[in-house]
Design a protein around this ligand. Sequence first.
Ligand code: NI
Length: 151
Amino acid sequence: MPHTPRLATLIHTMSDLSRIGVAIDSGLLAKFDALIAERGYSNRSEAFRDLIRDELVEKAWESPNATVVGTVTLVYDHHVRLLNEKLTGLQHDHFHSILSALHVHLDHDNCLEVLVVRGKAAEVRRIADALISTKGVKHGRLTVTSTGADL
Ligand code: NI
């Protein structure tokens, strides 16, 4: 007779989901439902999971040695003297951490750059701060995300 796994083991193998009950104020839940509907979630579960993952990503970034991924967005006028050279120099100084760079010529003067950065959280922040604070950068932002491995 072939070996048959016990039902509990089989269910565990098929799915590692836990179900939880959450007590929540009705007014707050109504606002949450309206928010997630606006954002296109088809159910609360996926919205809750995303909120939790977002908090976990934020928490990971608080650990200086955690390996993280982020994007740095920069908008600048390429006519500003030596700005292109400074930004390119900074990127070459950190070529191990900067995985990719996208450059868009927005109009005659303005450029948009999006850099993908991976490394230790503290180092990625340092690189982003250095780029964003460079004189002549009109707007810059670091978007923090995850390698996805721990989510
Ligand atoms: Ni350009």
